[in-house]
Design a protein around this ligand. Structure first.
Ligand SMILES: Cc1cc2nc3c(=O)[nH]c(=O)nc-3n(C[C@H](O)[C@H](O)[C@H](O)COP(=O)(O)O)c2cc1C
Length: 193
């Protein structure tokens, strides 16, 4: 099974979350590759707001995603920051570029999962996760739901994993997200065998 993880990130949180999931797939011996979604303004924002430049440099070393990169994957993971209760425009641009596959439903039958980060619990991360699944539905891609007992004792949305980064974006994914991504990777592998 070939897994592609498509991530948009500027201040690094969504990248770190997606990287944890990629690592969890690798630990299971799976072929998983992270791609970054194109963002022409990313570097300027990192400079202007004095964000973590080293982490952004590392993120920029990922291959830049094109719609064509979706095609060879069996399982697709989309990881987006929540921007105004939705996926970022950059992630949406990748979705819209996949229109080349839409008329012949060429992505149909693939499976997908969603990750989102957001500043606050009231900021609409669930809506960003659901926007990913709405795209999937239009493409005939099968969303893998997250069962409520994926990690016993932890409440998780059925739509994917989300991480709250605080209003200044300083709360990095940590040990809780490592547990969640490890469990999610195992679940995805079990469901997509
Ligand atoms: C343009 C913009 C819009 C945002 N909109 C929301 C929002 O609607 N709800 C929310 O909780 N956080 C919002 N945030 C905060 C980001 O979702 C949060 O900082 C996220 O972790 C950033 O991801 P990154 O660190 O991967 O760049 C917004 C941030 C930006 C830059």
């Amino acid at each position: 099974m070939k897994i592609g993880l498509f991530v948009h990130s500027v201040s690094g949180n969504t990248y770190l979350l997606a990287r944890m999931l990629e690592t969890a797939f690798h630990d299971l011996g799976k072929d998983a590759t992270l791609y970054r979604v194109s963002d022409p303004d990313g570097q300027a924002l990192v400079d202007q707001f004095e964000l973590d430049a080293d982490l952004y440099r590392e993120y920029l070393r990922l291959p830049e995603a094109t719609a064509d990169d979706l095609m060879p994957c069996d399982h697709l993971v989309f990881a987006s920051p929540t921007y105004f209760g939705n996926v970022s425009a950059e992630m949406k641009t990748l979705f819209d570029a996949a229109a080349i596959f839409w008329t012949d439903a060429m992505l149909a039958g693939k499976t997908c999962s969603a990750l989102a980060t957001a500043g606050t619990t009231e900021g609409g991360a669930d809506q960003a996760l659901k926007a990913i699944h709405t795209f999937a539905q239009h493409m005939g891609i099968i969303s893998i739901p997250v069962p409520c007992n994926l990690v016993p004792g932890m409440d998780l949305p059925a739509y994917g994993l989300k991480h709250y980064t605080g209003t200044d974006g300083s709360v990095r994914p940590g040990s809780t997200q490592a547990i969640q991504t490890e469990a999610l990777a195992k679940w995805i592998v079990k469901q997509t065998r």
